[in-house]
Write a protein that binds this ligand. Sequence first.
Ligand code: THU
Length: 160
Amino acid sequence: MRYRKLQTTVCIYDSAKELPEEDQVLLLQAGKAMDMAYAPYSQFRVGAAVRLSDGTVVLGANQENAAYPMCLCAERVALGNAALNHPDQKLLTIAIRVKNEKKPVPEPAAPCGSCRQAISEMEERQQQPIRILMQGDDETLYEVQSGQELLPLGFNRQFL
Ligand code: THU
Protein backbone atom coordinates (compact mmCIF):
# COMPACT_ATOMS: atom_id res chain seq x y z
CA MET A 1 0.00 0.00 0.00
CA ARG A 2 1.17 3.52 -0.68
CA TYR A 3 -0.15 7.03 -0.39
CA ARG A 4 -0.49 9.81 -2.91
CA LYS A 5 -0.77 13.11 -1.12
CA LEU A 6 -2.81 15.84 -2.80
CA GLN A 7 -2.48 19.36 -1.54
CA THR A 8 -4.10 22.70 -2.24
CA THR A 9 -2.47 26.03 -1.57
CA VAL A 10 -4.71 28.96 -0.69
CA CYS A 11 -3.25 32.47 -0.44
CA ILE A 12 -5.08 34.50 2.19
CA TYR A 13 -5.21 38.29 2.06
CA ASP A 14 -6.53 40.45 4.88
CA SER A 15 -7.70 43.10 2.45
CA ALA A 16 -8.21 43.64 -1.28
CA LYS A 17 -5.75 46.52 -0.94
CA GLU A 18 -2.97 43.89 -0.93
CA LEU A 19 -3.94 42.93 -4.49
CA PRO A 20 -3.25 44.76 -7.77
CA GLU A 21 -5.81 47.41 -8.71
CA GLU A 22 -7.25 45.30 -11.55
CA ASP A 23 -8.17 42.62 -9.00
CA GLN A 24 -9.79 45.21 -6.74
CA VAL A 25 -11.87 46.39 -9.70
CA LEU A 26 -12.79 42.79 -10.56
CA LEU A 27 -13.98 42.20 -6.99
CA LEU A 28 -16.13 45.34 -7.18
CA GLN A 29 -17.67 44.04 -10.39
CA ALA A 30 -18.32 40.66 -8.78
CA GLY A 31 -20.13 42.63 -6.06
CA LYS A 32 -22.29 44.34 -8.69
CA ALA A 33 -23.11 40.95 -10.21
CA MET A 34 -23.94 39.64 -6.73
CA ASP A 35 -26.43 42.48 -6.27
CA MET A 36 -28.10 41.40 -9.52
CA ALA A 37 -28.45 37.75 -8.49
CA TYR A 38 -31.90 36.21 -8.67
CA ALA A 39 -32.02 34.20 -5.44
CA PRO A 40 -35.56 34.45 -4.00
CA TYR A 41 -35.51 30.87 -2.67
CA SER A 42 -32.13 30.56 -0.97
CA GLN A 43 -31.48 34.27 -0.37
CA PHE A 44 -27.89 33.31 -1.07
CA ARG A 45 -26.52 35.70 -3.65
CA VAL A 46 -23.46 34.83 -5.67
CA GLY A 47 -21.71 37.14 -8.12
CA ALA A 48 -18.85 36.26 -10.43
CA ALA A 49 -16.68 38.51 -12.58
CA VAL A 50 -14.21 37.08 -15.08
CA ARG A 51 -11.31 39.09 -16.50
CA LEU A 52 -10.40 38.06 -20.02
CA SER A 53 -7.04 38.32 -21.78
CA ASP A 54 -8.06 41.52 -23.61
CA GLY A 55 -9.12 43.13 -20.32
CA THR A 56 -12.85 42.69 -20.86
CA VAL A 57 -14.82 41.73 -17.76
CA VAL A 58 -17.85 39.46 -18.04
CA LEU A 59 -20.31 38.84 -15.23
CA GLY A 60 -22.45 36.05 -13.89
CA ALA A 61 -24.90 35.76 -11.01
CA ASN A 62 -26.94 32.85 -9.72
CA GLN A 63 -30.37 32.41 -11.31
CA GLU A 64 -32.78 30.39 -9.23
CA ASN A 65 -36.00 28.67 -10.14
CA ALA A 66 -38.99 27.33 -8.20
CA ALA A 67 -37.89 23.96 -9.59
CA TYR A 68 -34.77 23.99 -7.41
CA PRO A 69 -32.47 21.69 -9.41
CA MET A 70 -32.71 24.16 -12.28
CA CYS A 71 -30.81 26.85 -10.34
CA LEU A 72 -27.83 28.17 -12.24
CA CYS A 73 -24.63 28.98 -10.36
CA ALA A 74 -22.99 32.37 -10.85
CA GLU A 75 -19.65 30.89 -11.87
CA ARG A 76 -21.09 28.79 -14.68
CA VAL A 77 -23.26 31.65 -15.89
CA ALA A 78 -20.09 33.76 -16.15
CA LEU A 79 -18.10 30.99 -17.88
CA GLY A 80 -20.88 30.51 -20.44
CA ASN A 81 -21.11 34.24 -20.97
CA ALA A 82 -17.35 34.42 -21.66
CA ALA A 83 -17.29 31.38 -23.94
CA LEU A 84 -20.22 32.57 -26.05
CA ASN A 85 -19.59 36.30 -26.25
CA HIS A 86 -15.77 36.32 -26.29
CA PRO A 87 -14.75 32.99 -27.82
CA ASP A 88 -11.25 34.17 -28.79
CA GLN A 89 -10.29 35.41 -25.32
CA LYS A 90 -8.77 33.41 -22.52
CA LEU A 91 -10.19 33.58 -19.01
CA LEU A 92 -7.50 34.86 -16.66
CA THR A 93 -9.16 35.44 -13.28
CA ILE A 94 -12.59 34.84 -11.80
CA ALA A 95 -13.64 36.81 -8.71
CA ILE A 96 -16.49 35.33 -6.68
CA ARG A 97 -18.47 37.13 -4.01
CA VAL A 98 -21.33 35.88 -1.90
CA LYS A 99 -23.96 37.29 0.43
CA ASN A 100 -26.37 35.31 2.55
CA GLU A 101 -29.39 37.47 3.40
CA LYS A 102 -30.07 35.19 6.41
CA LYS A 103 -26.70 35.14 8.18
CA PRO A 104 -23.18 36.48 7.93
CA VAL A 105 -20.65 34.73 5.70
CA PRO A 106 -17.38 35.38 7.53
CA GLU A 107 -15.27 33.10 5.32
CA PRO A 108 -15.03 33.34 1.54
CA ALA A 109 -17.22 30.67 -0.08
CA ALA A 110 -15.49 28.45 -2.60
CA PRO A 111 -17.24 27.30 -5.79
CA CYS A 112 -19.40 24.17 -5.56
CA GLY A 113 -18.19 20.88 -7.00
CA SER A 114 -19.98 21.33 -10.33
CA CYS A 115 -18.47 24.79 -10.78
CA ARG A 116 -15.00 23.44 -9.95
CA GLN A 117 -15.53 20.82 -12.64
CA ALA A 118 -16.67 23.49 -15.12
CA ILE A 119 -13.72 25.78 -14.33
CA SER A 120 -11.31 22.84 -14.71
CA GLU A 121 -12.85 21.97 -18.08
CA MET A 122 -12.40 25.56 -19.24
CA GLU A 123 -8.76 25.43 -18.16
CA GLU A 124 -8.22 22.34 -20.29
CA ARG A 125 -10.09 23.92 -23.16
CA GLN A 126 -7.96 27.06 -23.14
CA GLN A 127 -4.77 25.30 -22.00
CA GLN A 128 -4.27 27.89 -19.29
CA PRO A 129 -5.17 28.04 -15.60
CA ILE A 130 -7.85 30.38 -14.28
CA ARG A 131 -6.97 32.18 -11.08
CA ILE A 132 -9.80 32.27 -8.53
CA LEU A 133 -10.45 35.04 -5.99
CA MET A 134 -13.12 34.54 -3.32
CA GLN A 135 -14.65 36.91 -0.81
CA GLY A 136 -17.39 36.67 1.83
CA ASP A 137 -18.70 39.54 3.96
CA ASP A 138 -15.34 40.41 5.42
CA GLU A 139 -12.32 41.93 3.80
CA THR A 140 -10.57 38.55 3.92
CA LEU A 141 -9.83 37.09 0.50
CA TYR A 142 -8.85 33.64 -0.66
CA GLU A 143 -6.88 33.10 -3.83
CA VAL A 144 -6.05 29.88 -5.62
CA GLN A 145 -4.04 29.71 -8.79
CA SER A 146 -6.35 27.40 -10.72
CA GLY A 147 -9.62 25.49 -10.73
CA GLN A 148 -7.66 22.25 -10.73
CA GLU A 149 -6.08 23.37 -7.47
CA LEU A 150 -9.61 23.22 -6.00
CA LEU A 151 -10.38 19.91 -7.67
CA PRO A 152 -7.47 17.56 -7.13
CA LEU A 153 -7.86 14.12 -8.68
CA GLY A 154 -10.62 15.51 -10.87
CA PHE A 155 -12.31 13.76 -13.77
CA ASN A 156 -11.18 14.99 -17.17
CA ARG A 157 -11.12 14.21 -20.86
CA GLN A 158 -8.09 11.96 -20.51
CA PHE A 159 -10.40 9.24 -19.19
CA LEU A 160 -12.66 9.31 -22.23
N1 THU B 1 -24.44 28.86 -5.93
C1 THU B 1 -23.63 29.47 -6.84
O1 THU B 1 -24.06 30.38 -7.55
N2 THU B 1 -22.35 29.06 -6.93
C2 THU B 1 -21.80 28.06 -6.18
O2 THU B 1 -20.67 27.69 -6.41
C3 THU B 1 -22.57 27.49 -5.07
C4 THU B 1 -24.01 27.79 -5.05
C5 THU B 1 -25.84 29.30 -5.83
C6 THU B 1 -26.85 28.28 -6.31
C7 THU B 1 -28.07 28.67 -5.53
O3 THU B 1 -28.75 29.67 -6.25
C8 THU B 1 -27.52 29.26 -4.24
O4 THU B 1 -26.16 29.58 -4.49
C9 THU B 1 -27.63 28.37 -3.02
O5 THU B 1 -27.05 27.13 -3.28
